[in-house]
Design a protein around this ligand. Structure first.
Ligand SMILES: C[S@@+](CC[C@H](N)C(=O)[O-])C[C@H]1O[C@@H](n2cnc3c(N)ncnc32)[C@H](O)[C@@H]1O
Length: 280
């Protein structure tokens, strides 16, 4: 994917394609494949990034799109209308219980960067159990989590430079064990998938047409990282943040723009119906 100056919303500008690249990799070598009889859940959907990637490949795919945030569902509804996507339903659901959705309903369930739920470190198994419950036997769950979010250092270092007397805000901090492949594998195993799981790595990027644009896009998250800063402090933050982005080990100039690399895990769990067999 090429860096773009035409992201359509604040979410798109802030994420800079990083979730879209993972979504597109989730769909590669999908087993079982999506067919005309598939019924798909795009869970913790944000503005419908996974659905968008599915519709590019399978325009008539039947998809239920859910998120906890009514604002995200509104954005997704607008996108569905604008794109003229058919066979789509939307709903407000907590990914930890999916209580509005019936057992054994879907052939494919996707949760792209919806795990863990921020502030709930115990949410992993709740989520995978809910995914297992709503999947039909023969279906597959795909779940992604972060392994390495290099760009957070640029925010922390900029905050430290401007307010050297206080610890930077860390609203997106996760315990290191939650960034491991083994953590994702364990959540899928314990959620019901047993031995029918696999975890693979995925490189992704946050991208923009220029460094200045990347700074502007990422600074849309300033309320998270620089809450309570005065306008004068925020003015000082910006050039420091720009310099910190340039220092990141995964920062790159590329054809058409700049990008910062990151790493995610894609976990796959198959519901085969043999999960309760006792191994010998
Ligand atoms: C990082 S975004 C990922 C969005 C999207 N899947 C994508 O590929 O870009 C995380 C999403 O999880 C949603 N979310 C947070 N807590 C949730 C919960 N308890 N249940 C359902 N969705 C939740 C947020 O509203 C947000 O849309």
């Amino acid at each position: 994917m090429k860096p773009t100056s035409a992201y359509s919303s604040n979410y798109e500008r802030m994420s800079g394609n990083c979730t879209r690249i993972i979504a597109s990799q989730m769909l590669q070598n999908l087993s079982p494949p999506i067919t005309s009889s598939s019924y798909i859940l795009d869970n913790a959907c944000g503005p419908g990034i996974v659905s968008e990637q599915i519709k590019l490949l399978h325009p008539d795919a039947k998809i239920m799109v859910t998120d906890w945030s009514p604002a995200m569902i509104e954005e997704t509804k607008e996108r569905i209308e604008k794109e003229g996507w058919n066979n789509m339903q939307t709903g407000i659901e907590d990914v930890r219980d999916l209580k509005g959705l019936k057992d054994e309903t879907f052939s494919h369930v996707f949760t792209n960067l919806g795990m863990p739920v921020p502030g709930d470190d115990e949410s992993g198994v709740k989520i995978t159990s809910a995914l297992f419950r709503v999947l039909k036997v023969g279906g597959v769950a795909l779940v992604s989590t972060w392994a390495d979010r290099v760009w957070l250092n640029a925010f922390y270092n900029a905050a430290r430079a401007v307010r050297s007397h206080e610890e930077p805000l860390k609203p997106m901090a996760l315990k290191p064990e939650l960034l491991r492949a083994s953590w994702l594998a364990a959540q899928l195993e314990e959620g019901g998938f047993g031995n029918n799981v696999e975890v693979r790595s995925c490189v992704t990027y946050t991208e923009a047409g220029s460094l200045d644009e990347l700074v502007e896009n990422m600074m849309l998250a300033k309320q998270m990282f620089f809450a309570g800063y005065s306008d004068e402090e925020l003015e000082r933050v910006k050039p420091i943040f720009r310099g910190e982005l340039l220092k990141l080990r995964t920062f790159e100039q590329v054809d058409g723009g700049v990008r910062v690399g990151m790493k995610a895990w894609i976990g796959v769990g198959w519901k085969k119906g043999d999960e309760k067999e006792i191994p010998v």
